[in-house]
Design a protein around this ligand. Sequence first.
Ligand SMILES: CC(C)(COP(=O)(O)OP(=O)(O)OC[C@H]1O[C@@H](n2cnc3c(N)ncnc32)[C@H](O)[C@@H]1OP(=O)(O)O)[C@@H](O)C(=O)NCCC(=O)NCCS
Length: 234
Amino acid sequence: MSKSELESLVTKEALTQLIHDELAGLQLSTNEYIQIANSILDAALEKKQVNGFAAGDYGVKPVKKLPVSSDDITIRPFDPGEDIKLLRRWTADRAGKEFLLSRLENSAASVDDLAADKDTIFGIVCTKDGTPFGIVGYLNRDREQRKAEMRKLIGDPALRGKGYGKKATKLWLSYGIHGLQLRKIYLYTFDTNLRNIRINEELGFKLEGIYRAENIIEGIPKDVIRMGLLLGDR
Ligand SMILES: CC(C)(COP(=O)(O)OP(=O)(O)OC[C@H]1O[C@@H](n2cnc3c(N)ncnc32)[C@H](O)[C@@H]1OP(=O)(O)O)[C@@H](O)C(=O)NCCC(=O)NCCS
């Protein structure tokens, strides 16, 4: 090994040690280490997206009003009279309850309270033939600050993991950006909700913070992470 190769190796080892020391206190899981390593690689390859999307970046037509459609799904406005029954059914299981849970207040909002809340906007995700199978939402919409908290739920468990969550999120973001003119969209998720985290990362959300052992779910303390999407200079 040449001297310069040795120096380079030593530098890399020192850098790795430095990064490791920085991360050690965070008690990260193996998966989180992999995510961080991937992010560093992306940044090095200059693949990393700028935190701020311009119009049309999700490959969907900018939309100002609902309904909004892609090839195989549509998001239509929430009809409180009709859709409340769907929402009750979809939020009955544990995964569904995550949709209702305010992770920071540690309490689940009731379906009826959320549906009646003036700062909450829901959209119902449907197949092309109009069959509803999911719901997306902006909660705590702050008109002055132009920001809101995004939530999503594929209500039919059989349809999870088939790409619909990502498609619905793209459409819902387009509506939030162009229709509601949001400047910032944020969300809270358990660090174990890999599907959710993956979608958010791919669509430009950045980690804003970790709330350690924020909730106890079925006796197990769970970390909550907050992610945010900034929409350019708006
Ligand atoms: C979270 C949720 C909306 C995601 O939607 P989905 O349709 O199930 O997810 P998708 O099929 O679009 O998959 C999203 C990504 O996760 C990946 N993924 C799928 N299953 C996975 C798994 N078991 N582990 C890790 N990643 C997985 C997919 O490959 C995809 O990434 P890619 O686009 O790079 O291939 C849905 O699972 C859901 O409703 N969960 C219950 C409610 C909830 O947790 N909501 C979020 C908090 S409000």
